[in-house]
Write a protein that binds this ligand. Sequence first.
Ligand code: HT7
Ligand code: ZN
Length: 854
Amino acid sequence: QIVQYLADYRPYPFLLSETRLDFTLIPDATRVKAVLSLAPRDPDTPEDLVLDGGAGLKLIALTVNGQKPDPAHVSREEERLVIAAAALPRSAFTLETEVQIDPAANTTFEGLYMSGGMFCTQCEAEGFRHITFYPDRPDVMATFRVTIRSDRKVLLSNGNPVGQAQGMAEWHDPWPKPSYLFALVAGDLVSISDSFTTMSGRKVDLNIWVRPGDQDRADYAMESLIRSMKWDEEVYGREYDLDVFNIVAVDDFNMGAMENKGLNIFNSKLVLASPETATDTDYERIEGVIAHEYFHNWTGNRITCRDWFQLCLKEGLTVFRDQQFTSDMRSAPVKRIEDVQALRARQFREDAGPLAHPPRPDHYEEINNFYTATVYEKGAEVIGMLKRLVGDAGYAKALDLYFDRHDGDAATIEDWLQVFEDATGRDLAQFKRWYVDAGTPHLDMVEQWSADDAGGRLTLTFTQETAPTPGQPDKPARVIPIAVGLIGPNGDEVLPTRILEMTQPQQSFDFEGLGARPVVSALRDFSAPVILTRRIDDATRAFLLAHDTDPFARWEAGRELAMTALVSLSQGQPGGDDYVTAIGELIADDSADPAFRALCLNLPGDEEIATRVFSLGLTPDPDAIHAARQDLARRIAQTHQDLLARIYDRMQVTGPYAPDAEGSARRALRIAALGLLNRIDGGQRAQVLFGTAGNMTERMAALACLIRLGLGDDALAILHQEFQDNRLVMDKWFSVQPMAAPPDSAVAIARDLAARPDFEWKNPNRFRALIGGFAANHAAFHAKDGAGYDFVADWIMRMDPVNPQIAARMSSLFETWPRYDAARREKALAALERIAALDGLSRNTREMVSRMIA
Ligand code: HT7
Ligand code: ZN
């Protein structure tokens, strides 16, 4: 069956109570013995036992209750092993298998594979079936007992250690779990260790395992873990439940990190950091991802998903929780603005193109293609809306009920919503649309003001509309929480934030007894993931940028000022004067948070401008957009050069580097000022900063400035010389060049880089650095002659047979192709068709490409 449908869900016909695994680890001939304690779910209805298992499993032995079944009752299909009901007892039985696998030949980084001499697993979503025959689905949960035999020094699996001898270790995980949470690591590793005492007084050993030499770069990850454990106790009342919590850093990893029970495995870039090698953004991501994976222990592991259609149940909720955590650890307004920027850049783009799907899809071909911004980030936004609608107390009550009711379950979105209905008494039938419908609603707001003797009345009329998405032509109205505040003409707030609940396609809300006509501050804190349009002039936007009391709405007013100017300039029209004036006033305000000022000073990127141009019914011209952005940036620099120079000097942080909110805020503003000044000082400041800065944040910013001016060669050579043995810094080296290069030279630069022997393209981080870095250069990727499309397509085709997950993920770079002019569309489509025609194309990439060219 190629397409999987939610509607076809059926419980597994067998119950699995315990899984015992015995690994003998040899790089090209690992043996895996599995003993499964099974029982028919309904003994009166005999069923075949169907086990998942990939072609790479060589079956060595199979017994049922110690007996070899009649071979006529055992069949091997392409990706399954079937034991006929006739060969199975009607009551509890033991199935034993032994297989041989070849981790050394596994380049997919799924299942059991090798990374730098170490054995490592990745089982979500369906990797376990490449390790042994098993019911590899999230609703089949069992306790695990694991024996590892290997000559590697450190042998790890899930749960608690229960035995250790020379060349052998035994682990027991008492918490029933699905196979996707299984993990094993065997390597010559070293650890940094600490401990955490839980709220009930249990001491937990904490270890972060890294390659020898990397220990001194794991401290921040450890501190982040301890902060996360404490926060989850304080805010959600969730305590850790094993004696030990292990984290392992791995160089070859398809995604960011994995929440395996008690044994989180991380991409080394999300563990290792030092001021010399990591940027502020890296530190913030490390803290956020460590928290995310830790929080999965409850939202994902203790309560897991019934099937993969429910993925956003664990991912949306866990992203929401990690966002809350970061808001508490750092600046809440800045975090909110960053999250909205990311949502718009990735999820809105997905929702508006051929890959659009609901947070809970109802069909898929390859589940790995659904680890998307929609499932993760929109999934989190939906929970944010739910919280706004039921209030903080309602949310807390619902979450307590969720943990009480579903601990140990494989749950669904229906279970999740039921908990909110039961805890708060609200009917959430309409709210469910957010989970099952794709597409971003467009929300239009019209203001009507009428003055009379009793005072003025303001009427706000909202209209919602969602464009059709693939397979979903009709979009009924959704419930939309719209946070609104009113600002008086003197800049004082006359109405603090109020949530308007919109449930109809069109709906009006009145505000009575207002003295004078206020300015509306709408969609405060980005209260719903919608695209808001309103008729508002630049003067009113500038007023909101100066006076709005809601930080998000204030930033948004500035963003809109910049965006309208950029759209106008990209169409060959004038624009930008109001923005240049207003931004000068804002950044001169030393009482405002530097991080907030930096966010306001950074112009929208080329891709974001293209998205806006397209949403206005126009065809984006990447070259004109790039030129417009350059032009506006240069005007800001020229107009405010003294002010920017002052900011650049004053924001310098003296003393030792600390990756905290305060220091990174100052550096962010300093770098934003540098980016503008660089356009008029001939790269002078950037040269000095690159040579003198003691931290990677400022060095990378300076390097990007120099590359932009075509002056980066010396700095690149210095960085290479210094860090050629540091993979993570070299990834930055590979990505910044095509990303910051002038668009007309970026393809050539990317090609040269790709030809270097140290472009280790099978490593996902390196591949993403170069290919993803290049595609982030919007005008270069969308070059008129199609060279950008061809470069990326060639590399997707090369990667596909080696690592289909990575190839498929990279193919989504093409998802915006239908927006552009006919000549570009033709070239992008030709590139996609070339990929589609590749012999033996993986299921992963085939699904993605066929959705994009459908
Ligand atoms: N739950 C994990 C998602 C995941 C993954 C991680 C690493 C490599 C492959 C993977 N496939 C799916 C990560 C998370 O969301 O926390
Ligand atoms: Zn997650």
